[in-house]
Design a protein around this ligand. Structure first.
Ligand SMILES: [Mg+2]
Length: 370
C-alpha cells in the first residue's frame, strides 16, 4: 500500500470523572488521533496515548506531535508498505518514543487489515469472540467513597477491579475494601510509589489476597523488583518498567515479575506486543491489557490484542461510558455480563464519530507524500 496522507488530530476530551493516582489527577485528556489514507482511499486510524505531562513515562502529547510529524510520518510516506511488520524497521533510526511509534504503527495495521478484509483480531491471531472487562478506580476522597466507587463497578458487572495505592493509602484502603468485598478479584496499582525501604509495608499487603500488585517500584527498575518479589507472596505485575520485548525478556529472566501488563503505546506498538505475547506464552506468564484513559480507537486495538490466547487475565478494558460522555468511535464499547465483544468487521471494527471528532478537535495537521 502507498500511504498518501497522514493527518494528526489534536483533541481535547473531558473525562466524566477525574482520575486520581499516586502522581497526578486527570480530568482534561489531550489525545492525538492519527488518520492515514492510502492511494485507494482506504483509511486507517491510530491513537497516541501520551498524556499532557510526563508523569507516567517521559513522552507527552507535545513530544509525540513533534517526533511523529518531523521524523516518523515522513518515513511512512516515502515507499510502499507491504505489511505492517515493516514499520518497526522504518522507525529504527528514532530511539525510544514508543507511544509516537505505536500511534502510527497502529494506523498502518488498521489500514492494512481493512484492505485485507480482516478484523484486527484475526489479523493478529486472536481466538476469542469476547474478552473479559476490567476497571481501574482512581483514589477517592474517603474510604466510604472508595467502597461506593468499587460497589458501583461491581454492580455494572466488572469481574475485576483495580485500585490505586501509595504509602499511607494502601493497607488503609485495601483492608476495608477486602472486608466489604471478600470474594472480589482485586488488585492494586502503585504507579512506582514505593522503594525497597517500604518492604514491610508491602509485605503487609500479602494478607489481602490481591490478584497482583502492579509496578510497586521505580519505572526504570527491574533489579529491585526481583528482590522484592522474593520477599512478598503477592505476584508483582510490571507496567511502566516494560517498554519493549527486551525489557520483558530481562524482567522474566531476573524474576522481577510474574505478570505483565501490555499497553501498545508503552511497548512501541503491535509487533513488539506480539513478540512479548510469544515469550509470555512460552514461559507461561499471564498477560493482560492495560488502559491509558484512551478513546475507543486505542481501546479497540487493545480489545483485538486481548483476544490472543496469552491474555488470560481481565484487562483495564472498560466501556466507553466509563470515561466519556461521548466517545469518538461508533458504536461505543459496551460491557455485557463482564465481557466486551471482539469486533469482526475489518480493521479495528468501529467507525469514527466524525461529528464528535470535530466537536473536540483543537487543531489538525496533515503530512502528504511528495
Ligand atoms: Mg499501571
Amino acid at each position: 500500500m502507498n500511504i498518501q496522507a497522514i493527518t494528526f488530530h489534536h483533541l481535547g476530551m473531558r473525562l466524566t470523572t477525574p482520575f486520581v493516582n499516586s502522581l497526578t489527577t486527570i480530568q482534561d485528556r489531550e489525545v492525538i488521533l492519527i488518520e492515514m489514507i492510502d492511494e485507494e482511499g482506504v483509511t486507517g486510524w491510530g491513537e497516541c496515548v501520551a498524556f499532557s505531562s510526563p508523569w507516567y513515562t517521559e513522552e507527552t502529547c507535545g513530544t509525540a506531535w513533534h517526533v511523529m510529524g518531523e521524523f516518523l510520518a515522513p518515513r511512512l510516506l516515502k515507499e510502499s508498505i507491504y505489511h505492517p511488520e515493516e514499520v518497526n524497521e522504518r522507525f529504527s533510526m528514532v530511539r525510544r518514543n514508543p507511544m509516537a511509534k505505536a500511534a502510527l504503527e497502529g494506523a498502518v495495521w488498521d489500514l492494512w487489515a481493512k484492505r485485507e478484509g480482516k478484523s484486527l483480531s484475526v489479523a493478529l491471531g486472536g481466538v476469542k469472540e469476547a474478552v473479559a472487562a476490567g476497571v481501574a478506580v482512581g483514589a477517592q476522597e474517603s474510604i466510604p467513597h472508595m467502597i461506593e466507587a468499587v460497589r458501583e463497578r461491581v454492580e455494572q458487572g466488572y469481574p475485576r477491579v483495580k485500585v490505586k495505592i501509595k504509602p499511607g493509602a494502601d493497607v488503609e484502603v485495601l483492608e476495608p475494601l477486602r472486608n466489604a468485598f471478600p470474594d472480589l478479584s482485586l488488585m492494586a496499582d502503585a504507579n512506582a510509589a514505593y522503594t525497597l525501604r517500604d518492604i514491610e509495608r508491602l509485605k503487609a499487603l500479602d494478607e489481602f489476597q490481591l490478584l497482583m500488585i502492579e509496578q510497586p517500584l521505580a519505572v526504570d527498575d527491574i533489579i529491585d523488583h526481583a528482590k522484592l518479589q522474593e520477599k512478598i507472596r503477592t505476584p508483582i505485575c510490571l507496567d511502566e518498567s516494560i517498554t519493549s520485548f527486551e525489557d520483558a525478556r530481562q524482567a522474566l529472566e531476573l524474576g522481577s515479575c510474574q505478570v505483565i501488563n501490555v499497553k501498545l503505546g508503552r511497548v512501541g506498538g503491535i509487533v513488539e506486543a506480539l513478540h512479548i505475547h510469544e515469550l509470555a506464552v512460552q514461559k507461561k506468564i499471564p498477560l493482560w491489557c492495560g488502559g491509558m484513559l484512551e478513546t475507543g480507537v486505542s481501546r479497540s486495538q487493545h480489545i483485538a490484542l486481548a483476544s490472543l490466547p496469552g491474555f488470560t487475565l481481565p484487562g483495564d478494558l472498560s466501556a466507553s461510558s466509563r470515561y466519556w460522555k461521548r466517545d469518538v468511535i461508533t458504536p461505543p464499547t459496551v460491557v455485557k455480563n463482564g465481557q466486551i465483544h471482539v469486533p469482526t468487521e475489518p480493521g479495528i471494527g468501529v467507525a469514527i464519530d466524525r461529528d464528535q471528532l470535530q466537536a473536540v478537535r483543537i487543531k489538525s495537521q496533515t503530512v502528504v507524500a511528495g
